[in-house]
Design a protein around this ligand. Sequence first.
Ligand code: NAD
Length: 440
Amino acid sequence: MSYNPFEHALQQLEKATTLHKIDDDLYEILKRPNRTIEVFFPVRMDNGQPRIFHGFRVQYNNARGPYKGGLRFHPETNMDEIKALAAWMTWKCAVVGIPFGGGKGGITVDTRQLSRGELERLSRGFTRALQDVIGPDKDVPAPDVYTTPEIMAWIADEYSTSVGAPTPAVVTGKPLHAGGSEGRDTATAQGGFFVLHSLRKKLQLPNNARVAIQGFGNAGATMVRLLTEAGFRVIAVSDSHGGILDMRGLGMNAEYLARTKKEKEFASGAYFDGTRWDAEHYQAISNAELLECDCDILIPAAIENQITHENAERIRAQVIMELANGPTTPDADEILARKGIIVVPDILANAGGVTVSYFEWEQNKHKEHWSKDVVFAKLEEVMATAFDHVWDIHKRFQTELRTAAYIVALERVAEATQAQWGLSPNTLSSPYASKTATRK
Ligand code: NAD
């Protein structure tokens, strides 16, 4: 069976609408993106030949503010994935209450096969291809998997050149020297850390809880550092090549791992040859083994579709904290709920990134520069408030945190979408809507 993340995103939405009823016709709007954009554009490669690239931008909903969402440069990126990610951005911005809608974009490309010059020309070419549809008050991209602050700086520069004025607010996640915000580089993990802090108090998790983290990029590697500094026992990490496990905790080696990842592009860089670790207590594990290891908190921080009906039964963690977008499928969610495993959903857990993106956008618009202390104090307030709200709904509706977060988002997006289209409840009529829909 082929995996379609957008269908999963819709199933999650549908589940929430069974508890938080919305008008059928409004539901028909919310389950579709406002606009999907597909572009094909040439890039001159180092050998002088042009190559055509395939890119996407999905503008899902802008009722609460400009479309907002990252750009993913990945060999398997496709329209269904981008549509799902754009929908999740819509709900995410609403859960944390920032004035953005949801969007997402990407290019089907393996960036490891490009030179730096080719990557720059690709990023600039993509910006030109999207020129008419992005803008600081229209649609604001950001980094995602395999896109970096440097790429964001190229996008800002290319866009500014074409509109004839410096426009840093067209994109967030830029380096500091190009108008980036203090703290944006670590914001996703930092936001997740604040959420985990709130959850730990609710569940009375021990200070030295054992944590396994899949993915050693921006989100995952920063989370390893934050948790290690806070006294958690990070026992397993991985990247796309595989992982390592040490039941004693990686401790100070977290720093060493980060260094070797940087130098060798391999999180488990302390392996001699990519298959073996150089210390007796460490064990090489696969990504599948990492997900099933004996830990208290599991943090998927890589890609979608990692926890499915095939492995959910074997997950041993008490808490799953989704720093990645869409790592858990709806059928896995049901198994995890039955097992009593608490899943902190992506649209809450990783919303720190877009929250600090919003702070960056605000700073650019007002030509300000906030200190890291100010940024993190504001971030903590946003994340803690969002968590408390979701937790209250979770208790009130006796439902999992994911559905609770969707209910919070749905309330806000539904109201704004009705206002945007000048509609009041029950006044819409669409050829798609069926009053006898199976939805309860
Ligand atoms: P990144 O490119 O910095 O890192 C991705 C990591 O995932 C790398 O370590 C890579 O080796 C690993 N990976 C890739 N494919 C894998 C596989 N098949 N199995 C195991 N590991 C694999 O990306 P990132 O920014 O850290 O994003 C990671 C996740 O967090 C994504 O789902 C992204 O959408 C989500 N996210 C990121 C941000 C952000 O601000 N960067 C914000 C919100 C959500």
